[in-house]
Write a protein that binds this ligand. Structure first.
Ligand code: GLC
Ligand code: CA
Length: 555
């Protein structure tokens, strides 16, 4: 397999609003990120993905961009961005930004002009259709809930939005719009970005018939999976984008793109793929039914490993690298999602860390994951902020959930759980800000914070140990380029796999339950390399794993 410069990178995701505030206004900013570059380097990150910092009215915290060429004042200035790029470069850290081009903000100049003249030049930058008998053009449901269509006041027209109504979709069928996007991407790449995390790109191509389908919910609407999820023809746009932007700069690109199947994977991210990588979200939302937070489902190791191994196998066959994630800014905290409150602690956090850094793919660490941050808990649903939650709330109500059930849903699932301020130390506001934080700090910060974990046995130090292990001369090739083969597949509570290359072999064993598990090994291991328990030699093929044990063995 031909090696690429990004194959061995470890990526750290920053949600800037909640990372570090440098000026006391309660909102994290670019200078705050620059202050923490040594921390990121020390953690073992090679590349940093910064969620959107572009000018935005912040209806979706920056995923609604009103000017792609400007930094929003709450995050700082373009000089701050340039300084961040320069300092990161000095330290050997690469920076990637979010590329949000399925949609922009309703405040973007293009959209404002489109509203003036829906059938004019800028109207064609968006998806504008006439209504039918005073109703929306069809019954498709937006991701955040409600119709994808919003009427344009004083006209017979509607515009299309995959997400919130303040996030109008851009019309990729329009070649002029596409050129504008490529120009903007190259402008940023020219500045020294190493690439982009490509937001919501799944949705840029729509079924051109725009026909209604049978409803799949009490709201009379239908989800977008049939009509605009990797819809045939999307590859034409993506190929063009790659050729005109990423290829020119040998840039890294990782796409948010669910549901790419085995047939398509090589085309999408194989050796000559449309992107370098896509995120493997296959086991991210097992705790709920698809797009329905109010329908909880119990997660077990057996449930996780099914899609996980299927995708790992698929990726190897396609000579490709998936991006491995346990968390991001759209998910609750992984510890809270997968474990009961009383199970959360060093062992469970370290278990997920081992999984994250030893699977085959590009590992992403989300801010706070490296110190074991957990979901917050609110007594009132109105304490939540996120726009997506309100859509889920409406649907839950329509489906007959009580207020209490809705609150429970939010306490388990709101995207805000990942967006509470980063917990740096045990001083007021967890050292995130000297002002009033834009969103409450998790009250557990006195105990769970980076400073308290600086020395001794801690989740943070375990992450550091793991990233060093992944980069070690002895094991890096096995962990980056080696194959992955599932083992002990019948074990309900254990996720286990072999990583091997050129006669070297690692065995990773992860016990997902709070009880010992007896397992039978194929071969007697040579030595234990890393574990969330004190290292001990395993001298037998019959092994009893300890509660939540995670261990990497040389075999
Ligand atoms: C992606 C982002 C999410 C955002 C949405 C709309 O899913 O990760 O945060 O709300 O796109 O841009
Ligand atoms: Ca600030």
């Amino acid at each position: 397999m031909k090696k690429k410069w990004w194959n061995d990178k470890i990526v750290y995701q920053i949600y800037p609003r909640s990372f570090k505030d440098s000026n006391g206004d309660g909102i994290g900013d670019l200078k705050g990120i620059t202050e923490k570059l040594d921390y990121l380097k020390g953690l073992g990150a090679d590349m940093v993905w910064i969620s959107p910092v572009y000018q935005s009215p912040m209806k979706d915290n920056g995923y609604d961009i009103s000017d792609y060429y400007a930094i929003d004042p709450i995050f700082g200035t373009m000089e701050d961005m340039d300084l961040l790029l320069e300092k990161a470069k000095e330290k050997g850290l690469k920076i990637i930004m979010d590329l949000v081009v399925n949609h922009c903000s309703s405040q973007h100049e293009w959209f404002q002009k489109a509203l003036q003249d829906p059938k004019g030049e800028y109207g064609d930058y968006f998806i504008v259709k006439e209504g039918k008998e005073g109703k929306a053009p069809n019954n498709w449901r937006s991701i955040f809930g409600g119709s994808v269509w919003e009427p344009i006041e004083g006209t017979p027209y509607y515009y299309y939005h995959t997400f919130d109504k303040e996030q109008p979709d851009l019309n990729w069928e329009n070649p002029r719009l596409r050129q504008e996007i490529y120009k903007m991407m190259n402008w940023w790449l020219e500045k020294g970005l190493a690439g982009f995390r490509v937001d919501a790109i799944t949705y840029i191509k729509k079924d051109p018939s725009y026909k209604s389908l049978p409803a799949d919910g009490a709201d009379g609407l239908v989800g977008l999976s049939e009509v605009s999820s990797n819809y045939p023809g999307i590859e034409v746009f993506l190929k063009e984008m790659r050729r005109k932007t990423f290829d020119v700069y040998d840039a890294f690109s990782v796409a948010e793109m669910s549901g790419v199947n085995a047939e398509k994977l090589r085309e999408y991210i194989g050796p000559d793929g449309l992107f370098c990588s896509i995120f493997d979200f296959s086991y991210m939302e097992l705790d709920v039914e698809l797009f329905q937070w109010y329908r909880p489902v119990k997660v077990t190791a057996a449930k996780i490993k099914e899609p996980l191994f299927e995708n790992q196998k698929m990726a190897q066959e396609a000579e490709s690298y998936l991006s491995v994630v346990m968390e991001n800014h759209d998910q609750p905290r992984s510890l809270s999602k997968w474990f009961a409150k009383e199970e959360i602690g060093y062992e469970t956090a370290a278990l997920l860390a081992v999984m994250n850094l030893t699977l085959r793919g590009i590992p992403f660490i989300y801010q706070g994951e490296e110190i074991g941050m957990e979901n917050i808990h609110f007594d009132h649903i109105h304490q939540y902020e996120d726009v997506m939650m309100w859509g889920q709330y409406q649907r839950a109500k329509q489906e007959g959930c009580t207020e209490e059930e809705c609150l429970d849903m939010a306490n388990r699932r709101s995207r805000d759980h990942a967006r509470t301020p980063m917990q740096w130390d045990d001083s007021e506001n967890a050292g995130f800000t000297t002002g009033t934080p834009w969103f409450p700090v998790n009250p557990n910060y006195k105990k769970i914070n980076a400073k308290a974990q600086e020395n001794g046995k801690s989740i943070l130090n375990f992450y550091r140990e793991l990233t060093a292990f992944r980069k070690s001369e002895e094991w890096k090739d096995v962990l980056v380029y080696g194959s992955l083969e599932p083992v002990l597949e019948k074990e309900e509570n254990v996720i286990a796999y072999k990583r091997s290359l050129d006669g070297k072999e690692l065995l990773v064993l992860l016990n997902f339950v709070n009880r010992p598990q007896k397992i039978h090994l194929e071969k007697e291991p040579k030595r234990a390399l890393i574990s969330n328990y004190p290292l001990e030699e395993i001298r037998s093929r019959e092994y009893e794993m300890k509660p939540f044990e995670a261990v990497v063995l040389e075999v």
